[in-house]
Ligand binder design. Structure first.
Ligand code: P6P
Length: 342
């Protein structure tokens, strides 16, 4: 067959995320039936729907609040509700997702037809940082995919399928709706990034193998809460600022986890959401924020803890439980951990 020279068509020779997943599956799980790639296509489809809504938010009546609160007691933005519905619809039709859990829903959602044999659980934050949309700041979708033993008797509490430690994730990732829309994911064999080409409507590989730099020169934390951080965090930040690591640091904080982590992943450094007076157990949620972020960080050569324990080792006890999060480059994380141990 005559090779079509894409370069002549002024298109990069490209690999889509779907091709990448299939090749990953062939290479690392030859026994896989392609189910996983079919499942992930549900997430990429939903994210394209969300991207289209986010891109046109100022032109359509989707800005502002939905006039209700979510299970967290937080005011739901209209786009939170729409993004949640997109993920529930796209994943619910994939035929192999038996249980879904969302930041926006109090309890896990069981997909009745797949409950008996479905082998996957998907946990997600449909639109993290959504309060930033009205001021055009990057927001994101975060997802975590877990394996589930089939439940022929259909009697098991779906929460049992969801409350697994982060080390059990088979894949995780996020979509950042920023200056471009990027999907970043890992299936346990490194981290890859794909940029959505609106002209083609496909995620095309742009960051084949993302590695977090061994160290950075940025730290990212909401300094407004600094006076209520535990001593160990205040000391750590003071030592970063005073050059105790031998490096000078700048501070960057967007207030949207996906955007703050994406920068940390690519540029290195450290992101922290410590315990505060308002959130003594931390603000971020373990299952659908810290766990996927920690999986990506470790797969890219970084580290992630709750200030004391490896995030991926924490056994969840409730769906929406919160955790402190310290995530970043090896150098900054080891500096924190050494201080914590002293
Ligand atoms: P603060 C957004 O609401 C979010 O859940 C994360 O995306 C973000 O990292 C954090 O909260 C920001 O919280 O208290 O600094 O505004």
């Amino acid at each position: 067959m005559r090779e079509v020279n894409l370069l002549l068509m002024n298109m990069p020779a490209f690999m889509t995320v779907e091709q990448h997943i299939l090749e990953e599956q062939r290479r690392n799980h030859p026994e896989a039936s392609g189910e996983f790639s079919w499942l992930l296509s549900g997430i990429t489809l939903a994210s394209k729907i969300v991207a289209a809504m986010v891109r046109r938010a100022g032109l359509t009546n989707v800005l502002g609040t939905a006039g209700q609160q979510n299970v967290q007691g937080e005011t739901q933005q209209k786009l939170d509700v729409l993004a949640n519905q997109a993920l529930l619809d796209c994943l619910g039709r994939r035929g192999n997702v038996a249980v879904m859990a969302s930041e926006e829903d109090a309890e896990p959602i069981v997909v009745p037809r797949d409950r008996k044999n479905g082998k996957h659980v998907v946990v997600f934050d449909p639109l993290d940082g959504s309060s930033n949309i009205d001021v055009n700041v990057s927001v994101g979708t975060i997802f975590s995919i877990l394996r589930r033993d089939p439940d022929p008797t259909e009697t098991r509490d779906p929460l049992v399928d969801v409350l697994q430690p982060g080390s059990k994730q088979i894949a995780a990732g996020y979509v950042v709706y920023g200056s471009s829309t990027m999907l970043v994911y890992t299936a346990g064999n490194g981290v890859a990034g794909f940029t959505l080409d609106p002209a083609v409507g496909a995620y095309i590989i742009s960051h084949p193998r993302i590695r977090m730099p061994e160290h950075g020169n940025l730290y990212s934390v909401n300094e407004a809460n600094a006076d209520t951080f535990p001593e160990t965090y205040r000391t750590y930040l003071a030592r970063l600022r005073s050059g105790d690591t031998g490096r000078a640091y700048s501070s960057r904080y967007i207030g949207s986890l996906v955007a703050d982590f994406h920068r940390t992943l690519l540029k290195g450094g450290v992101f922290l959401y410590p315990p505060t007076r308002a959130n003594p157990k931390g603000k971020l949620r373990l299952l659908y924020e810290a766990n996927p972020i920690a999986f990506l960080a470790e797969q890219a050569g970084g580290l992630a803890t709750d200030g004391k324990n490896r995030i991926l080792d924490v056994q969840p006890t409730s769906l929406h439980q919160r955790t402190p999060l310290v995530v970043g480059s090896k150098a900054e994380m080891e500096f924190f951990n050494k201080q914590e141990e002293s």
